[in-house]
Design a protein around this ligand. Structure first.
Ligand SMILES: Cc1ncc(C[n+]2csc(CCOP(=O)(O)OP(=O)(O)O)c2C)c(N)n1
Length: 573
């Protein structure tokens, strides 16, 4: 199987040319594309690629213990930086283990390239050992995929894959490389890959910008509804400028957290199922909604016909398929969010007359703050999130898993900058948090990266603590340990008459477990220990640590708009 790294082949002309195998061309191309880190796990069909990686000292290959972690880590890497995240898996089970992470990347529009090894071309379709049709399996959850049948095509396929993943509406791309393709010697590739045929950012239509500006100028109760597209487009500065100039209130989605400094006085926080009362009331009463980089997800809108029932919608999105998908737009603007928000800010240089609107909004903010009561005996999970936010000044990179803790983090952590709040939004994939934090920490070695996870979700991917130990990645894991699948328990309490079916967890001692892995660990059970424990955690200099916080097992995440209902049915708490 081993093909010698570089062969010298007589050409007949007396000269000799270096012959490389496909896998070497693949690695060279990755290097040329600026890849410095790959998350992966080897196997038979991937061996030529791994053999080529043996010589690639400038590309860090992070050997994860499960390919799901590789995909989530690539997402964390991409979300923390805006660069394309890369994961690598062998054929069959290696490739299928990537599927959850790729689906997450697809739902949240994150640029990721997954390189999967494939069985040799001669046996594709013959149920060969470790064969899985990964192109077929991932067709609905990728932006594009490439099955490379000729090694000479590798540079072009990879180059295009990176361009597709990162351009327009970003997303995951699979490049499937049969084993014979990666081990076939080739004298030449088909030249340098063609420059990307994708156009640059799309400029907004001047007439539509004028129409949007006119709507906003006449509005009495406008609201900006900002999503992850603002972050992908790098449009935070333009969004902030628009808000500063006009005074229009802004509410963010889970994916849009950090699109604007959430300490900004015009920011109402998150909207939707567990959003702030004020944000949801504002949208409910709005006469104009400026939706930017959002997809009108049902966790935000609840019952669609009752979402912002009095409003006219301006919808900015790079993906034309999003416009009108869930809610018709009165002013559709298919454009790069940065260009569109910049043009709108140019068209609206003065403050809008919104004094009465702000009086109303401030009254709601004062009347319905996020609340919880921290007593002396049991730790409230909200208190942990709030204390963490205070101790870090909301400047850490916070990565959450999925469940109640995710929503508490979204409520109490108010990121000051884009790419510092990372969460699995569209898919809501438990097991995401810790691996994505690992990827974010690889991408940003100097940043404080905190993984805020539940006891359920952490147990889905915590085996990769050893990877963090091995790479001395100082990821700080906070387990909000409530002894249950908390969010499911909450739904069973509210909507299934407290018939708690299979939601209570017997947990390991997470702190001791961390130590077994070679990480640092601590547990806390009393409210007066929380601040010091978090401070300890933030000060651990080297390698990962786990802080196991035993929180109130009964606590519910409120406010809550029950699934499929409207703001009128909000449970306030
Ligand atoms: C892979 C996966 N399986 C199941 C679910 C359904 N689910 C959503 S939240 C949740 C409970 C999460 O429990 P835990 O991780 O302990 O966090 P908590 O809600 O207690 O904060 C479950 C099972 C999911 N989102 N993802």
């Amino acid at each position: 199987m081993a093909t010698s790294a570089v062969q010298a082949t007589p050409t007949g002309s007396g000269r000799e040319v270096a012959v490389r195998i496909g896998a070497q061309v693949l690695v060279e191309t990755l290097r040329r594309l600026g890849v410095t880190a790959i998350f992966g796990h080897p196997g038979g069909a991937a061996l030529p690629i791994y053999d080529a990686l043996y010589d690639a000292r400038d590309i860090a290959h992070v050997l994860v213990r499960h390919e799901q972690v590789a995909a989530h880590a690539a997402v964390g890497y991409a979300r923390a930086t805006g660069r394309v995240g890369v994961c690598l898996a062998t054929s069959g089970p290696g490739a299928t283990n990537l599927v959850t992470g790729l689906t997450d990347a697809y739902m949240d529009s994150i640029p990721v390239v997954a390189i999967t090894a494939q069985v040799p071309t001669a046996v594709i379709g013959r149920d060969a050992f470790q064969e899985a049709d990964i192109i077929g399996l991932t067709l609905p959850i990728t932006k594009h995929s490439y099955l490379v049948r000729d090694p000479a095509d590798l540079p072009a396929a990879l180059t295009e894959a990176f361009a597709v993943a990162a351009s327009g509406r970003p997303g995951p791309v699979v490049v499937d490389v049969p084993r014979d393709v990666s081990q076939t010697p080739l004298a030449a590739t088909r030249g340098e890959p063609a420059p990307s045929r994708r156009a640059g950012p799309r400029a907004p239509h001047a007439g539509q910008i004028a129409a949007a500006a006119a709507l906003l100028r006449d509005a009495r109760r406008p609201v900006i509804y900002a999503g992850g597209g603002v972050i992908s487009a790098g449009a935070s500065v333009e969004l902030t400028r628009l808000v500063d100039q006009t005074g229009v209130p802004v509410t963010v989605t889970l994916m849009g957290k950090g699109a604007i400094d959430e300490h900004h006085p015009r920011c109402l926080g998150m909207l939707g199922m567990h959003g702030t009362v004020c944000a949801n009331y504002a949208v409910d009463a709005a006469d104009v909604v400026l939706a930017v980089g959002v997809r009108f997800d049902d966790r935000v809108t609840g019952r669609l016909r009752d979402f912002a029932p009095q409003a006219r919608f301006i919808h900015i999105d790079i993906d034309p398929a999003e416009i009108g998908k869930n809610k018709p737009a009165h002013v559709p603007i298919v454009a790069d969010a940065r260009a569109a928000l910049g043009a709108l800010a140019d068209a609206l240089p003065d403050p809008l007359p919104l004094e009465a609107w702000w009086r109303q909004l401030e009254e709601w903010q004062a009347r319905y703050p996020l609340r919880y009561r921290q007593g002396d005996d049991v730790i409230k999970p909200q208190f942990v999130c709030e204390t963490l936010a205070r101790l870090t000044g909301d400047r850490a990179v916070v990565v959450t898993d999925v469940g109640q803790h995710q929503m508490w983090a979204a409520q109490f952590c108010r990121p000051r900058a884009p790419r510092t709040f990372i969460s699995s939004g569209g898919l809501g994939a438990m097991g995401f948090g810790f691996p994505a934090a690992l990827g974010a920490q690889v991408a940003r070695p100097d940043a404080t990266v905190v993984a805020l996870v539940g006891d359920g979700g952490f147990q889905m991917t915590m085996q990769d603590l050893i990877t963090a130990v091995e790479w001395r990645l100082p990821v700080k894991v906070v387990v909000l340990n409530n002894g249950s699948l908390g969010m499911v328990r909450q739904w069973q309490e509210f909507f299934y008459r407290q018939r708690y079916s299979h939601v209570f967890l017997r947990n390991p001692d997470f702190a001791r477990l961390a130590e077994v892995f070679g990480a640092q660990g601590r547990s806390v059970r009393r409210p007066d220990e929380v601040e010091a424990a978090l401070a300890w955690m933030l000060a651990v200099p080297d390698g990962p640590c786990v802080l196991d916080v035993h929180v109130d097992p009964q606590e519910n995440c409120l406010p809550m708009i029950p699934s499929g209902q409207s703001v009128k049915e909000m449970i306030l708490g």
